[in-house]
Every structure is written in C-alpha cells, then in structure tokens.
Design a protein around this ligand. Structure first.
Ligand code: SD4
Length: 332
C-alpha cells in the first residue's frame, strides 16, 4: 500500500475503533469528510477548578473555528489575570525573599515551543512565552533577560506582590524565622493551570503557567516552564501537562513520558497512570508528594491520574462541560 493510502487507512481504522468504544470521557468524534479527510470535534481540558473559567475563554476560540494555540493562550490568560488566584499570575505567592516569579510555557502542533522562567512584574507570562516562541530563535528565557524581552515586546510592567499577598508573606516570614526550613508542599499549593486543546483541524496545542511553589528558594524553577516536564505536545500522538511537585515531575520528564506512552498505544488514562507509577517508584518518601497528569490524544480522548486524591480538571467539548475528579493511587 503506498504511504498516503496506508496513512488514510490507519486513520479510518482509528476512527472506527474510537467510535465503537465511546464512553463520556473517551468520546472521540472523528468525522470522515467526503475526501476521507478526518476532522475533529474540538476539546479543551485544563487543571483544577479554575479551569472552568479558563476553558470558557478557550472554547470561545475553538467553537468559532480558531486554532488550538490561540485557544490555550486565551484560556490560561484568564487565570493569570485573576488576582484572587494565589498560584498563577499576578495574584501568585512569592518566593521566600518576597518576589513573585512566574513560570510558563506553550507548545503548538508543529513542535514550536516557548518558555519563560522566574519572570517578575509582567501580567501574562504565557503571552511572553509565546513571543519567545514566535519572535526569537530560542525556546527559553529566564529572569531579568525574560523581563527585558517582555518590556521590549511592549508588555506592561505590573507591581507584585499585590497588597494582600504581601500581607500574607509578611505574616509567613514572622512565623517562619528559619527561612531555609524545607518548605512544605500542601494541597493549597497545587494550583498551576495546564491546558490542552484539540481544534477543528485536528491540531493540538498546550499551555502551562504558574507562580510555582509558594516560598520557594529564589531562582527555583519547577516543571511548569520546562518543555517535556510541565507540558509536551506531539501533534502525531497527543499532549500532556502536569501539576503538583515540579521536582518529581522533572525527574521523570513527566509530560513527555505520558505522550511517549500514548505513542506506544496506551490510552491517555493508562499513560497518566503509568507516569504516576513511575514517580511513585522513584521516590521512597511520598509524604505530601502530589503529582497529577492530564492528557489528550489526537482523537480527542482524555485521561488523568494523580498520586493522591483531590485533583480535578475541567473538560469542555461541544456537548459536555464538566469538572471531573481524577483517579488516584492513594488517599492522603
Ligand atoms: C511547580 N508544578 O512549580 C508547579 C506547582 C504546581 O500548582 O503545580 N502548583 O512545581
């Protein structure tokens, strides 16, 4: 069979397989057009309940025929601009020297990617990450260089921490005289937004943005700005993102691992579970070690899994909007 025909045959086979196993979260809606070209019904998923508002903005783009890249950027910008959110964007918690440093990355269907780390005083790190991707030859800019680049690109300076966060920090500082005590990861700290979208042309993109671990050491980067850790997209296969303890996610190149497992034929759900099991196998002490993965494959099937209970994600498609509790390995 010549290559093109074989590819088309495989796609149609996949469509048939997907349609015959429909369940609410694996509702692949492949539609064969008259030319036997497959288009997809758009889907967007994102971490935690702040994903509901973010998905709405992303859906606005997707449902109007927009592309997945614009959708994920628009979506997570909603969370970044929400001053009541303590773990993403301008309302984010500071490091232990009182500086709010933001991390973000974005990746499109052509494996283009951009990222910023330790970016201070700029409202929308995800858009700066996109500018790194589109306007430079680099993938990642950090610290003062990232800030200077953002200002050169016309992004506005903002003052952080916002007054409420500053007050919380002052209180924390008083109560934690030993500032180099190992900071604890707790439930409240796991609120990064990672978003994955499939558009009507069957293309995938993803975005991830966070203020990171509250009271982290100055200069610390987590998984969220690292392509392959906090986010990975391969348009031939699928996309994955992560939230939770970044150090553990980086250690297994988490999101890349999930995508590669999907490439081997595992469902998004199985792939997320296997990545979590890998994390578990690499850590003797799982106290407070929460990590969660979210995945979307090329056919619109989704999956998620976390170490502990408590992780949920927002799902939006043409016929369903839901906040879904992720399966988990163990209870807290
Ligand atoms: C980090 N993964 O910086 C992020 C933290 C997180 O919700 O997910 N917060 O390690």
């Amino acid at each position: 069979m010549e290559n093109n025909k074989r590819r088309r045959f495989l796609k149609l086979g996949l469509a048939g397989a997907a349609l015959s196993f429909i369940d609410p979260f694996k509702a692949s809606k492949l539609i064969a057009s008259t030319e036997n070209r497959l288009t997809s019904s758009p889907v967007v998923i994102s971490t935690w309940n702040h994903g509901i508002a973010a998905n709405k903005a992303a859906w606005e783009v997707l449902s109007n025929g927009g592309n997945a890249l614009d959708a994920v950027e628009s979506g997570v910008r909603v969370t970044e601009a929400d001053v009541s959110n303590r773990s993403v964007g301008i309302g984010g918690m500071p490091d232990r020297s009182g500086h709010v440093t933001l991390d973000a990355c974005i990746m499109d269907e052509n494996s283009n990617c951009g990222s910023v780390g330790c970016l201070e005083g700029i409202e929308h790190p995800i858009s700066v990450a996109r500018a790194v991707m589109e306007k430079t030859q680099h993938v990642m800019l950090v610290g003062d260089g990232a800030k200077q680049f953002a200002l050169d690109q016309g992004f506005q300076k903002i003052k952080t921490p916002i007054p409420e966060v500053k007050a919380e920090y002052q209180k924390w500082k008083k109560e934690n005289k030993d500032l180099f005590k190992k900071p604890e990861i707790n439930h409240e700290n796991h609120d990064t937004i990672g978003m994955l979208a499939l558009d009507a042309n069957g293309n995938l993109s993803g975005a991830c943005t966070t203020s990171g671990w509250a009271y982290k050491l100055p200069g610390r980067l987590g998984d969220s700005p690292i392509i392959g850790a906090g986010l990975f997209v391969d348009n031939e296969v699928g996309a994955a993102c992560a939230t939770g303890l970044g150090e553990a996610i980086i250690r297994i190149a988490g999101s890349h691992t999930v995508v590669e497992l999907m490439r081997q034929g595992y469902t998004p759900q199985e792939a997320c579970k296997m990545a979590v099991e890998r994390i578990i196998s690499k850590h003797k002490d799982l106290t407070n070690l929460q990590c969660c993965f979210l995945a979307l494959d090329k056919n619109g099937n989704v999956g998620s899994f976390s170490v502990y209970n408590g992780f949920n994600y927002a799902y939006t498609s043409a016929d369903k909007e839901a906040l879904i509790d992720a399966p988990f390995d163990r209870n807290w």
